[in-house]
Design a binder for this molecule. Structure first.
Ligand SMILES: C=C(O[C@@H]1C=C(C(=O)O)C=C[C@H]1O)C(=O)O
Length: 416
C-alpha cells in the first residue's frame, strides 16, 4: 500500500477553493483553522475503541497500519504522508471512539497545498454544497430547566465539606433539518465565521472548537487551555467585558484548575514545560475566554508511551471539561448531568505517520444522529457546557451555555 503526497500548484483546479469545498462527499473529515488544515474523504479503514484503553488501542492500530504503508512524500511537513483522524469519547464508559484513515487528504499550510492519496486515486469533482432547509429545535436529554437545576445542585454539593472544587456540566439541544444535512455546509459556515477556531468533522461529529488540547511537532508539545467565560449582554463594550473577565476571581479560579490539570498530567512526559505567566483574553464571535498556553519538550519523544494518542489519553479530561479533582468531578458529571456525552468534550484531531498532529477538545459541536437520506431529513444533537465552581450562579451558567451553542446553531441556520 503506497501513500503518495504531491504538491498542488497554482493553476491546478483544486488549488484555489477553500478546503471545505473540495470533498466530493457530504461527510468528509476536517481540521481547518484560518484557511489552513486538512480535509479528507473516502475511507481506507477504521477501528472503534472503547473503555480506559481507547487511546492506547487507537494508537496501536495506527502504528500497525503505518508500518504497512510505503511512503512517497514530496512535501514532507507535518500533515503530509499518511494521516489518520480520530474522535474519542469523553468517558471510558459509555462511549465509542473512532480512528479512521481517509483515502484522500488535501492539506494546506503557509501557502503550500498538497494532496495525499492511498493507493489508486481517480479525481472526482465535488457536487455543490446542499442547504439543510429549515431547522427545528427541541429539548435534548438535558433541557435548559434541568440544566439549571443540575448546576444549582452541583453548587450545593461543592459547598459541602469535601466537595469538588470544579465540575463541568453540559446540556444538549436537538435539531432537525427539513432536508438531508451536508456536513460541508456546516464546515464552510463555521470555518468562515470562526476562523480562529479549529473547524472539525470526524464520523458525524462536526464543530468549531477554540480549545487546542495538544499539538505535537517533533518533540515539541503545545496546548491552549481555556476556562472562564463571558459574553456580550445588552450593549456592554467589548473592552470593558474583557477587563471584567480578567479581574473576575470566579473565572480566574475556574481557569487555574484547568491549567493545573493539563500541566500536571503533561509534565511527567517532558524535560521542559512552561505555562504562560497569566491568562489572556481570547475573543471569539459569541464569547470570550481566559486562555493560557502550555508548551513543553518531550523527554523521550521516540518512546512508545509518548506517542501523540497516548499523550492525549494522559491529559484527558482536563478540568476544562471534567473538573477538579478529576475522578470526583467525572463521577458527579455522570450523576448530575445524566446524559451520554459520547464524543462531545472528548479529544478530536489528526495524527500523521511521524506522530505529528493536533487534537482539540470537541466543543461547540453537533453530533449527527441520523444523517438522513435523499428522502429523509437529518437530526443532530448540539452540546454546550460550563465550568461550575462553588460561587457559580445557575442563571448565569445557563445563559453562558446558550451563548456557547450559538456558533453551531448559526452555522446550521446558514450564517457565515
Ligand atoms: C465545556 C465547554 O467549554 C469549556 C468551558 C469553559 C468555561 O466554563 O468557561 C470555557 C471553555 C471550555 O473549556 C463547552 O463549550 O461546551
Amino acid at each position: 500500500m503506497t501513500v503518495r503526497t504531491r504538491e498542488i500548484r497554482p493553476g491546478d483546479p483544486s488549488y484555489h477553493p477553500p478546503l471545505p469545498e473540495l470533498p466530493p462527499t457530504h461527510e468528509p473529515v476536517s481540521w481547518i483553522r484560518d484557511g489552513d488544515g486538512l480535509v479528507g474523504w473516502g475511507e481506507l479503514d477504521r477501528v472503534h475503541t472503547s473503555g480506559p484503553a481507547r487511546f492506547a488501542e487507537a494508537d496501536r492500530w495506527w502504528r500497525s497500519m503505518r508500518a504497512r504503508m510505503g511512503i512517497d512524500d514530496e512535501v514532507r511537513i507535518a500533515g503530509t504522508g499518511p494521516v489518520a483522524f480520530a474522535s474519542l469519547s469523553f468517558d471510558a464508559d459509555p462511549g465509542t471512539s473512532v480512528i479512521t484513515i481517509p483515502r484522500v487528504v488535501v492539506g494546506q499550510r503557509n501557502g503550500v497545498r498538497w494532496i495525499t492519496t492511498v493507493g489508486d486515486y481517480e479525481p472526482e469533482s465535488a457536487p455543490p454544497i446542499r442547504r439543510p432547509g429549515t431547522i427545528r429545535y427541541g429539548d435534548g436529554h438535558v433541557a435548559s430547566t434541568a440544566y439549571r437545576a443540575a448546576v444549582a445542585e452541583s453548587v450545593r454539593r461543592m459547598r459541602e465539606p469535601g466537595g469538588a472544587s470544579k465540575i463541568v456540566l453540559a446540556h444538549d439541544l436537538l435539531a432537525a433539518t427539513s432536508r438531508p444535512l451536508d456536513s460541508r455546509f456546516l464546515l464552510r459556515n463555521l470555518a468562515t465565521r470562526h476562523p480562529n477556531c479549529w473547524t472539525f468533522a470526524v464520523d458525524g461529529l462536526v464543530g468549531a472548537t477554540p480549545e487546542l488540547l495538544l499539538r505535537r511537532e517533533g518533540s515539541d508539545v503545545h496546548s491552549q487551555v481555556l476556562a472562564g467565560t463571558t459574553w456580550p449582554r445588552d450593549s456592554t463594550d467589548a473592552e470593558l467585558l474583557a477587563k471584567e473577565l480578567l479581574s473576575s476571581a470566579k473565572n480566574q479560579r475556574e481557569h487555574v484548575h484547568a491549567v493545573n490539570s493539563l500541566a500536571t498530567s503533561l509534565r511527567p512526559f517532558c524535560e521542559e514545560l512552561s505555562v504562560s505567566d497569566a491568562p489572556e483574553v481570547l475573543r471569539l464571535r459569541n464569547v470570550m475566554h481566559l486562555a493560557s498556553t502550555v508548551s513543553g519538550r518531550l523527554e523521550r519523544s521516540g518512546d512508545a508511551e509518548s506517542t501523540l494518542l497516548r499523550l492525549v489519553g494522559a491529559v484527558h479530561p482536563t478540568a476544562a471539561v471534567g473538573g477538579t479533582p478529576t475522578e470526583q468531578a467525572v463521577r458527579l458529571i455522570g450523576e448530575l448531568e445524566g446524559m451520554d456525552r459520547g464524543r462531545y468534550a472528548g479529544p478530536v484531531g489528526w495524527v500523521d505517520g511521524a506522530d505529528n498532529g493536533e487534537f482539540g477538545i470537541a466543543l461547540r459541536c453537533a453530533r449527527i444522529e441520523d444523517p438522513g437520506g435523499t428522502d429523509r431529513a437529518s437530526t443532530l444533537r448540539l452540546f454546550a457546557g460550563c465550568g461550575i465552581v462553588a460561587d457559580s450562579d445557575p442563571d448565569e451558567e445557563t445563559a453562558e451555555a446558550q451563548a456557547k451553542l450559538l456558533p453551531i446553531r448559526e452555522a446550521l441556520e446558514g450564517l457565515r
